[in-house]
Design a protein around this ligand. Structure first.
Ligand code: ATP
Length: 368
């Protein structure tokens, strides 16, 4: 068993301001849970409280049903992998991995066996006698993971472990950690500010803003059904486009923005709800892939045409990002790579109005 439960946990470093507030979530056995949010939102604070490196101001922390608020870190059977790897520079790879076990007075044979197992899983066997300075960033990261694996902990905590790696190595280590999760059948809590990392690795994602949980969900649900404007904008790359405007509540419901006189006919199930919505001013959100560049088929009566001038054209290989402005507000469209349009050229684009997200302008909650 390896379950973690946080119940109404808050942390204040100065007894006035909260770093995190009323944090409640559960990590089930073998789950890969990702905590994601912008810098300073409190992710590391939560992880450090789970590890026992930081006191909990209020609320309860349970590991396998046992309340552990006051349990010292060494007795929690949790291993943490840090962003800076925290390897001992004067020790070999073998000794770095063995060190924690030696401290815990494991026998020489057991240490040898465990390090050999970890080195095999992480493909570190050829490097066991090297010192960390003679390793690449990715190899050092693997040693840090190896040091955690040899302890066979109940729970692994990862604090932004890939942020010091270059882009290619990050993608490689991402898949390695996912593979490791399956192979070790481990329970993992993983902190990152990178939404791509969160979306690709986690079974369950906890989105945090200003020390408060905004949404806990699967990657797909976060993308398709964000609870508010923050989650909608944070998850997905490039980010969702937002436009503020007014509902025109005639027989045929329309959304009208001051931006370039943009007007959109509203369709679908949301129409009845919006017709009676208590406010007229709202914000709409459109994912970049819902602004497309081909003439819509006749069946698609949900497309609204806009004519734009392309500021920036970014060919990504299999797709192209088109950046354009409407009255000085920037928008982005994401289209399949067929022919690459020229920067500065004019183009007709179509918004799929059946895929629009609607937000309350004051509370920023999604209108559903
Ligand atoms: P990052 O992604 O930049 O690492 P984070 O989401 O992990 O950020 P935390 O490091 O948990 O955020 O910090 C949350 C808040 O608590 C921040 O406002 C930070 O300034 C504050 N904080 C963190 N550690 C301390 C400390 N030891 N003393 C006082 N305030 C702190």
């Amino acid at each position: 068993m390896a379950e973690v439960l946080l119940k109404n946990i808050s942390k204040s470093y100065d007894s006035q301001n909260f770093a995190v507030r009323d944090i409640t979530f559960e990590v089930k056995e073998r789950e890969f849970v990702v905590l994601v949010g912008p810098s300073g939102c409190g992710k590391s604070t939560i992880l450090r409280m789970i590890a026992g490196l930081e006191d909990i101001s209020s609320g309860d922390l349970f590991i396998d049903g046992q309340k552990v608020n006051k349990l010292p870190p060494k007795d929690r059977n949790i291993a943490m992998v840090f962003q800076n790897y925290a390897l001992y520079p004067h020790m070999t790879v073998y000794d770095n991995m063995a060190f924690g076990l030696k401290l815990r007075k494991f026998s020489k044979e057991e240490i040898k066996k465990r390090v050999a197992e970890a080195a095999k899983i992480l493909e570190l066997e050829p490097y066991l006698e090297r010192k960390p300075k003679a390793l690449s960033g990715g190899q050092r990261q693997r040693v840090a993971v190896g040091r955690a694996i040899v302890r066979k902990p109940k729970v692994f905590l990862f604090d932004e472990p890939l942020s010091n790696l270059d882009a290619k190595m990050r993608v490689q280590m991402r898949t390695e950690i996912s593979r490791l999760h399956r192979q070790l059948e481990a329970t993992i809590i993983y902190v990152t500010h990178d939404q791509t990392e969160a979306m690709t690795m986690g079974n369950k994602i906890v989105v945090i803003k200003d020390g408060v949980i905004n949404q806990i969900d699967t990657p797909l649900n976060l993308y398709n059904c964000p609870v508010n404007k923050f989650v909608a904008g944070f998850i997905g790359s490039p980010s969702m486009n937002f436009i503020e405007g007014k509902l025109i509540k005639n027989d045929c419901l329309r959304f009208r923005s001051n931006l370039g006189g943009l007007e959109i006919k509203i369709n679908g199930d949301i129409k009845e709800k919006l017709k009676t919505y208590k406010k007229d001013n709202i914000c709409i959100g459109i994912r970049p892939e819902e602004i497309f560049d081909s003439t819509p088929s006749k069946e698609n009566s949900y497309a609204e045409k806009i004519s734009v001038k392309l500021d920036v054209v970014e060919p990504m290989g299999n797709e192209i990002f088109l950046y354009f402005q409407i009255d000085e507000q920037q928008f982005v469209s994401r289209i399949p790579a067929r022919t690459i349009p020229l920067t500065g050229s004019s183009k007709n684009l179509w918004i799929d109005t059946s895929k629009i997200h609607f937000f309350d302008i004051e509370t920023e909650f999604t209108i559903t």
